[in-house]
Design a protein around this ligand. Structure first.
Ligand code: SF4
Length: 57
């Protein structure tokens, strides 16, 4: 599985985890569907939107 270096998690995470976080950031899924550590980070939306791994689809 593809791994991405996630600034919110401070580690490499599976692409699928990145997608889960992405869905929350886009407002398409509730917060509990993403790892707590990621969505508890202050400004997590801004960080994720500016991340080079962020997908636009
Ligand atoms: S797009 Fe968001 S969830 Fe994915 S690696 Fe970047 S910060 Fe993490």
């Amino acid at each position: 599985m593809k791994k991405v270096d996630c600034p919110l998690m401070d580690e490499c995470v599976d692409d699928a985890i990145c997608f889960d976080i992405h869905m929350v950031v886009e407002g398409c899924a509730p917060k509990f569907t993403a790892p707590k550590k990621a969505v508890q980070t202050p400004d997590f939306r801004k960080i994720c939107m500016n991340c080079p791994n962020h997908r636009d689809d």
